[in-house]
Ligand binder design. Sequence first.
Ligand code: KG4
Ligand code: ZN
Length: 371
Amino acid sequence: MDYSLIVWPIKVKSASAYLYDKIVTMNILAIESSCDETAAAVISSAGKRRQTILSNVIASQVEIHARYGGVVPEVAARSHVEVIIPVIEQALSDAHLDWDGIDAIAVTRGPGLIGSLLIGVLTAQTLAITKKKPLIGVNHIWAHAFASFLTDTPPQFPFLALTVSGGHTTLSVYHEDLSREVLGQTLDDAAGEAFDKVAKLIGLGYPGGPAISKAAESGDDTRYQFPIANTPGKYDFSFSGLKTAVLRQVQQITGINPGSEKAQKTYLLDKQVQADLAASFQKAVIDALVQKTLQAYNDLQPKAFVVGGGVACNTLLRERLKQVIPDTIVVPPVLCTDNAAMIGSIANHMAERKMFTKPEDIVADPSLEIL
Ligand code: KG4
Ligand code: ZN
């Protein structure tokens, strides 16, 4: 296929629509398999930046990994192999489309777990060759921010994005030409990772974020004082000191100290203590996220601000951000945790700019940072 010949929009919806409304459509089949969700979606765009979710299928492995207290990479990869084809077929069927109705295929190429990424990338590569479709390789972190284009109030460029997930915590500005400036990021643990580790420590299980926010509802967030880290970078974050502070507090409460701070231990705690710890920890994480984000927003005065990624499901974080930045675009929870609709959304912008990759050139990159 000659990729230089691909023009956007690829397909005209109908002659009359084209003539009278200049409405054109492009349907992208998107695939996501970077961690423990196998997902496929079809995103349709009608004209610039108007995007519709035609289907959004997610096969979650959460129950499989919960018994191990976290994601087991080999188990995740095997599970992706088992379900990826049925998930894609379901996405096409839910969208009432066959392959003729698909204009391009998009896939997450990083960052993530290498075994998991490879399943999605190899599947997309094979489909692109056999079905003769252009292929788009997507950065998962960018996609979390571009999920905001699937809301009723898509952002204008340049926009500020707080991306808070299990693996990343980043404050970035995205520009019209699809370039990104990273203003700040976590120097150690990601926000979601801190939620998961503290949940395990205080006996709330996996995944930690939803468990902590639920327990915190009946907790007193002033009972324990946890620190907000000072970071050398104005917009950077650090959560490992906070995690250690929770551990010290728990050891003080229980009188149990196995000697190593790194001990992966779950402590048996009284329900109210557990709830108060959850609330106090959650407050400290949210204070740090809101403080740095507001500073960046005031300094940069972007056209819009969006928050996305799994931790953005947190109700208190959403409310606190809306209080300080009333125009905050909050991505709906189903599009915050890993999904393929967000992959289709950024792929739509990439297709518009002809950012296609030859199937033989696409590479899964577990530590991908830039497009
Ligand atoms: O974006 P995501 O689904 O996967 C990654 O790309 O990492 O994010 C998963 C993370 C997990 O760490 C999970 O504990 C966290 O998002 N999370 C939450 C909440 N729901 C999910 N964290 C805080 N509060 C929540 N309600
Ligand atoms: Zn993610």
